[in-house]
Design a protein. Structure first.
Length: 286
């Protein structure tokens, strides 16, 4: 402290010089945690399956009613419906300016399936479930419950992180089905019922562009995003420090990190699955 007070410039330079090393150390810790959590999945499934089932119930329905925010189902349904409604309104408005309003069903099938539904469902999962993971593990860390598990010869990382990863992967498929159906229904409702577009024309172009391959790729996106969310939020909670304030900071950082990772991975997956120039075989476009 005396050296820092007398030589603030030297202290500042030393702090800046350590930042790259601290960054590399943090990345190494994170990826080591991710690998250990994935490697602990078989042990978690065999030994802690009751804990996994309890987590599945908490993720899906929670301890309160769905309308009171007890689980992720209501959040995913509401956010997907609202986002799809905006896509339907703005998409139809833009197509009408070009005299192509009849193609609104095509737009709904492509945007909701390939981009909107996976991203919105993942953000809802991160905000509702992921932050809960961080808060739970962070509170256990600052109250030394994790150290107590290690002292009792219970492998804390598989018990706490791997079980939550498995439960998140179990829940993401039905949750994503709810979000995807919600987006489809909301888009059709706003375009056909409220805007007066032809239901037959909308359904024709919608089913023309909605292919099983697109749905499969969409589910792959949702599963990858759920894995990222579970790993990132569990890691920040597991390594939390600094008391209750530190747990709050960890939850905020985990949410920012997971949303940023979802955006980057979404771009990479879109390019990998559909290519730089997406095709539309139903319209004769290779």
């Amino acid at each position: 402290m005396v050296v820092s007070a007398r030589w603030p410039a030297a202290h500042w330079a030393r702090t800046k010089a350590r930042q790259p090393l601290n960054l590399l150390t943090g990345l190494g810790r994170e990826f080591t945690f991710y690998g250990s959590a994935i490697a602990g999945v078989p042990l978690a499934v065999m030994k802690y399956w009751r804990h996994i089932m309890r987590q599945v119930g908490d993720i899906s329905f929670g301890g309160a009613t769905v309308l009171a925010g007890g689980g992720a189902i209501g959040v995913v349904f509401a956010m997907s419906a609202v986002a799809a409604t905006q896509v339907g309104i703005e998409g139809l408005r833009g197509l009408d300016l070009l005299g192509m309003g009849s193609l609104s069903g095509l737009l709904s099938a492509i945007l909701n399936t390939r981009e909107l539904a996976p991203v919105i469902a993942s953000i809802a999962l991160a905000a509702k479930v992921g932050t809960g993971f961080t808060a739970q593990l962070g509170s256990m860390r600052i109250s030394e419950e994790i150290s107590a598990l290690d002292a009792m010869a219970i492998r804390s990382l598989p018990f706490l992180a791997s079980t939550r990863l498995v439960s998140c992967l179990i829940c993401v498929v039905p949750l994503y089905v709810v979000g995807l159906l919600s987006s489809y229904l909301a888009s059709r409702l706003v375009i056909v019922t409220f805007s007066g577009q032809s239901a037959g024309t909308y359904d024709y172009y919608f089913h023309l562009m909605l292919t099983p391959t697109d749905i499969l790729y969409s589910f792959i996106k949702a599963i990858v995003f759920a894995t990222i969310i579970a790993l990132v939020h569990c890691s920040y909670g597991y390594h939390a420090f600094g008391g209750p304030e530190g747990v709050g900071r960890a939850a905020g950082r985990a949410l920012r990190t997971s949303i940023l990772a979802i955006g980057i991975v979404d771009l990479l997956l879109t390019l990998a699955l559909w290519g730089l120039v997406p095709s539309a075989p139903a319209l004769g476009l290779p």
